[in-house]
Design a protein around this ligand. Structure first.
Ligand code: AMP
Length: 416
């Protein structure tokens, strides 16, 4: 048996209802705030992600599905949505539109990660990007929109972690300061942290051993090293979130696996999830558009994982699809009956009814059983080209009528 590749899964018809609910909530919540939907190609030039996401990131180093297109060009299945949206923004001259340009997407993405619950190799993200505004209101608004979407989906136990990364230069200087601090306290650190001081000094904040934790309690924090402009911007974002009544935890150690962030950075987690607790997050990327060849343009956005949202939200009772009418024939040998049945089903759909034709050659008895199973409201049993019986499945009543009168009778019935 050939199976779906590791880390991928089939979206079956019964799974569609909740995904549709997410799309509808996103359309409503983001649409009302002026966001318009965009869909970019499934694959892009590898260079877009190398430049846009960052050469040194795990995504670019280890997780991309890249391939040669046969003509010597390297293409990559999109691992994230921000770089492609910014590419499209530049390519289509969207800087000429009144700013900010607000876009949202619901698309599939690909990362060669180790699959586990909530982590897949093909997964879906709903995302939003606001390009062309550096006001703190934009930061607070995108966070509020994600909070509203998670609430509308019924995601349980959410927490918001918030930080500001300042500028890359600030980060560079801070990293040196932190590295020097760790070196000065090396004898109190765990061997693991010690070994990674130069590689990733920030990891020391996550260490669980008491020695390292004691050192880190006194360690310099990036939030205390922000430039005055960045500090004011961040204070204003927080003030707006306070006014909106959105609780958050300041987290100076928040890191996300993409290089392009500046200033505001945020992540929603859910206690309802296991190890992969991140539901969605994002941040400001004021240098990304320029890095991709556009004019210097501020931007901010987020992405949330569809699978994680569904895992952290309660199952809702799914409405079964309505079937107004099942059309079958009384005599399987009668060609005129088949032709009339085919026409009734087709015209019923044109009249707005959900109508199915019996397609398997079942006996009348098992067609009626099937109608019960799919909860059809009516069954039309066509006797010949002229006559049919219409059975109301809820009352069991049945009456004879001309084939041409079946649809009108159902429409009359449904109005009662
Ligand atoms: P990121 O683009 O890495 O910031 O991820 C944003 C969100 O997408 C995360 O919070 C997750 O909800 C979701 N996500 C990221 N990677 C995966 C994956 N491999 N499988 C499922 N969801 C993912």
């Amino acid at each position: 048996m050939i199976q779906a590749p590791k880390g991928t899964y089939d979206v079956l018809p019964q799974d569609m209802e909740r995904r549709r609910a997410l799309a509808n909530h996103a359309e409503r919540i983001l649409g009302a705030a002026g966001y318009r939907r965009i869909e970019t190609p499934v694959f892009e030039s590898t260079e877009l992600f190398a430049r846009g996401v960052g050469e040194a990131t795990d995504i670019v180093q280890k997780e991309m599905y890249s391939f040669d297109d046969g003509g010597g060009r390297s293409l990559t299945l999109r691992p994230e949505g921000t770089a492609p949206v910014c590419r499209a923004y530049i390519e289509h001259g969207m800087h000429k539109l009144p700013p900010p340009v607000k876009l949202w997407y619901l698309s599939s993405f690909f990362r060669a990660e180790n699959p586990q619950k909530g982590r897949y190799r093909q997964f879906w993200q709903v995302g939003a990007e606001a390009i062309g505004s550096d006001s703190p209101e934009t930061d607070a608004e995108v966070i509020v929109l994600l909070a509203e979407l998670l609430e509308a989906m019924g995601v349980k136990g959410t927490r918001l972690r918030l930080a500001s990364l300042g500028q890359p230069e600030t980060r560079g200087a801070y990293r040196e300061e932190l590295t020097a601090y760790l070196r000065a306290h090396e004898d109190q650190l765990s061997a693991e942290v010690r070994a990674r001081i130069d590689l990733n000094p920030m990891r020391a904040f996550d260490a669980s051993d008491p020695g390292t934790q004691a050192v880190m309690a006194e360690a310099p924090r990036l939030l205390d090293r922000l430039d005055p402009d960045d500090a004011v911007h961040f204070a204003e974002v927080r003030e707006l979130l306070d006014v909106a009544g959105i609780p958050y935890e300041l987290d100076s150690t928040l890191v996300r696996g993409l290089d392009y962030y500046t200033r505001t950075l945020f992540e929603f987690t859910s206690d309802a999830l296991g190890a992969q607790s991140g539901v969605g997050g994002g941040g400001r990327y004021d240098r990304l558009i320029q890095q991709l060849g556009g004019q210097p343009t501020a931007g901010i956005g987020w992405a949330a994982g569809l699978e994680r949202i569904l895992l952290a939200a309660p199952e809702q009772p799914v409405a079964t699809d309505v079937v107004d009418l099942l059309v079958t024939v009384a005599d399987r040998e009668s060609r005129p009956a088949h032709l009339a049945a085919f026409e009734i089903a087709r015209e019923a759909r044109r009249a707005g009814l959900a109508a199915q034709l019996e397609l398997t050659g079942r006996s009348l008895k098992s067609a009626l059983k099937h109608a019960d199973r799919i909860e059809a409201r009516y069954v039309a049993i066509v006797n010949d080209g002229e006559q049919a019986s219409l059975k109301d499945m809820s009352s069991g009543e049945q009456h004879e009528l001309a084939t041409g009168a079946v649809i009108a009778a159902i429409l009359r019935g449904s109005r009662m």
